[in-house]
Design a protein around this ligand. Sequence first.
Ligand SMILES: *Cc1c(COP(=O)(O)O)cnc(C)c1O
Length: 348
Amino acid sequence: MASWEDNIRKVVPYVPGEQPKEKNIIKLNTNENPYGPSKRVLEKAVELENLKLYPDPAATELVDTIAAYHGLNSNQVFVGVGSDDVLAMAFLTFFNSGKKILFPDITYSFYDVWAELFNIPYETVAVDDNFRIKASDYYGENGGIIFPNPNAPTSIGESLSFVEDIVKNNKDVIVIVDEAYVDFGGETALPLIDKYDNLLVVRTYSKSRSMAGLRIGYAMGNDKLIKYLNDVKYSYNSYTMNLPSIILGKESMLDDEYFKETVRKVIDTREWFKAEIEKLGFSCPPSKANFLFITHNTLTAKEIFEKAKANKIYVRYFNKPRIDNYLRVTIGTREEMETFLSFLKTLV
Ligand SMILES: *Cc1c(COP(=O)(O)O)cnc(C)c1O
């Protein structure tokens, strides 16, 4: 190894779910929303002008629209290139005490990657045998806390009082609640941001808003937290939000009817599909997300994963301790789920 290699920042990157090049597949592996964005968004997309200009570095139109949608002031909203960008910024901004930050052992697998990348010490806290997070495990001294609610890949949503319990027992550190899936039946911690200045709530356009390709995420918290996030952003790249994201992200928020209708369809399909697979010997925790975390009483997850893939159906398999006999199945359209169900019936 050349000596300059000693001083390279070496990281093990996050591995996203596969984006297959293959055509005519049923894609249930990365929690996208099958319905696509509102027509209003698509119509607006063809009208985009002014690509020659730098975008508004503050993404004011988008920030104002998101703030109005949630009944907040604009200085309580920070936007980024997907919630991954928002979360990475938040790690960089808030987790600097040198003490260990805490997150569950079964959770979004990007958290440990950011911690490693930014040299933030961390400790994972085991969820219980039913994959539930225990609030009291987070009472001890720490450098900050992050967890998704609903959690991924377990799909389990905890109550507002559960989140408040953790936030109020950790007033000296920042608690980040990653609400990537909250629109599918979870309970949001948003009402707590005025009460607790150490709480940051993070959302994404990628799942419920069906706009994963555009890359928009946002954080909500008190104006001080948002200012600190913006200071870091402007020290790194002033123009994280491109012009199409600002304009189309705003348009999506303005069509609430379409948003609610597609979210409702995903939830209805999820509940129907869950009942059907339970008849086949599958079980899964109650889901508050756009996916189910399923296991079978005789077939192994790996076997199902491989056979499904051979049949052009992609689901997510995690070769990791505790969850290697589970599959994370994104809820597609009713038709896609019917095809997957027929496949599972032939398998069982
Ligand atoms: C999908 C997901 C994200 C990232 O979403 P993007 O906005 O597409 O970057 C963050 N957190 C969790 C828990 C997710 O599942």
